[in-house]
Design a protein around this ligand. Structure first.
Ligand SMILES: Nc1ncnc2c1ncn2[C@@H]1O[C@H](COP(=O)(O)OP(=O)(O)OP(=O)(O)O)[C@@H](O)[C@H]1O
Ligand SMILES: C[C@@](O)(CCO)CC(=O)[O-]
Ligand SMILES: [Mg+2]
Length: 402
């Protein structure tokens, strides 16, 4: 029997090397973050679907019967489409009221949810009546994989509610994970949701959200990096908003315009990822090897390359300059154009240096925090298994809802 209520959580990610190049078939190295998105699903009998997205201030309610009017675009015998079709996107845009032009943050989130609800519903022949709340600790649209955490959470919850994946047996523990083949199914559907939000995603973000840990991602092939040596990272959010979809499209246009100039840059980024992977393996084998000077240089070179691809931003230049003035090395992470940057911290870095850099970054109006990497991927929790601060957040929504 399915639980009537459960919570899933999914980590955000940091790309060490390979963002953008990975969309064009190059290697990326990415790690999960200790910041997560949480989704609470409640099954109900009221014949409605409620979608509550407190990070966006969005509260929506539909009759299941109203959603069924979209069934021409989501026929039950459609097989297993790999991508949202142009007809489905057009039907969803019309349904949420997008006329022409670009789709805003809220409509992207709603379209991704409806796409997944209707496609998974068509595939498993059930459109359940339910209430969903998605709340994230991650900054939204800042390069830390919030869209992937959103899509992976929705998919895991819907597939569990439909019975397409099992209810993890050890669900009474603090958290539980699905079996490998179920995670594969979750990842496959989440990638389709990412296509609604990103246009042309590589799949690296949803892979990290699903599997967690540290991954090498290359043309859809996911390999675990096993242990990553003590990597300390300072994350800085410039708070400059940007859209991954537009940045990815901009890079594609630039490559089409200047193939001979930009393809070698992608090849060089690929070599950086591979060199970084080699160094991380070497440190794993022999922790006394000092690879940090080279890792720092790789950060610097890649940041220059990303600027050449056109995904830099003055706020990121400032971040790099400030940290460099303290002897630290940074690069953007994710799609760039603002959003977040990462700064590599050597294991022996003087804490006063880190503190001074943080203060100066904060004085620029940025937010920064030290992170732990390698958190577990998509997990299922019962309410009592959630950390207290997250329980409180859900309790607050509950009060606001009534
Ligand atoms: N908690 C959430 N609630 C509602 N919508 C969300 C949430 N998290 C992400 N989204 C959706 O994802 C979009 C942001 O995705 P986008 O890919 O642009 O940024 P990102 O995933 O944070 O960064 P990157 O892809 O560079 O890692 C938002 O516009 C919104 O539609
Ligand atoms: C910019 C990009 O490479 C990473 C976004 O986190 C896009 C993608 O891989 O889908
Ligand atoms: Mg994203």
């Amino acid at each position: 029997m399915l639980a009537q209520e459960f919570i899933v959580s999914c980590p955000g990610k940091v790309i060490l090397h390979g963002e953008h190049a990975v969309v064009h078939g190059k290697v990326a190295l990415a790690v999960s973050l200790n910041l997560r998105s949480f989704l609470r699903l409640r099954c109900s009998k009221h014949g409605k679907v409620l979608l509550n997205l407190p990070n966006l201030g969005t509260h929506l309610k539909w009759e299941v019967a109203t959603l069924q009017t979209l069934k021409t675009a989501f026929p039950v015998d459609a097989g297993d489409p790999k991508s949202p079709s142009p007809e489905q996107i057009a039907a969803l845009k019309e349904f949420v009221g997008v006329v022409n032009g670009s789709v805003d943050t809220e409509n992207l989130a709603v379209m991704a949810f409806l796409y997944l609800y209707l496609s998974i519903g068509a595939k498993y022949r059930v459109l359940p009546s339910l209430e969903i709340v998605v709340w994230s600790e991650l900054p939204i649209g800042a390069g830390l994989g919030s869209s992937a955490a959103y899509n992976v959470s929705i998919v895991a919850a819907l597939l569990t509610a439909c019975g397409a994946v099992g209810f993890p047996a050890q669900a009474d523990a603090e958290s539980a994970r699905w079996a490998a083949e179920e995670l594969h199914l979750i990842n496959t559907w989440a990638f389709r949701g990412e296509k609604i939000i990103h246009g042309n995603p590589s799949g690296v973000d949803n892979a990290v959200g699903t599997w967690g840990g540290a991954l090498r991602y290359h043309a859809g092939k996911i390999t675990s990096l096993e242990r990553v040596p003590e990597l300390r990272i300072l994350l800085t959010n410039t708070k400059v908003p940007r859209s991954t979809k537009l940045l990815v499209a901009g890079v594609r246009d630039k490559i089409l315009k200047f193939p001979d100039i930009l393809n070698p840059v992608l090849t060089s980024i690929d070599a950086i990822s591979q060199e970084c992977e080699r160094l991380l393996k070497e440190v794993n084998r022999n922790p006394s090897v000092d690879c940090f000077s080279v890792l720092e240089e790789l950060f610097d070179i890649n940041q220059h390359h990303l600027n050449v691809l056109g995904v830099g931003h003055p706020s990121l230049d400032r971040l790099c300059q400030v940290t460099a003035s303290h002897g630290l090395h940074s690069k953007l992470t994710g799609a760039g154009g603002g959003g977040c940057g990462i700064t590599l911290l050597r294991p022996d870095v003087d804490p006063n240096v880190v503190e001074a850099a943080k203060q100066e970054l904060k004085a620029c109006g940025y937010e920064c925090w030290e992170t732990c990497i390698g958190a577990p991927g998509i997990s299922l929790h019962m309410f009592s298994g959630l950390k207290e601060e997250v329980q409180k957040v859900f309790q607050r929504f509950e009060k606001a809802e009534h």
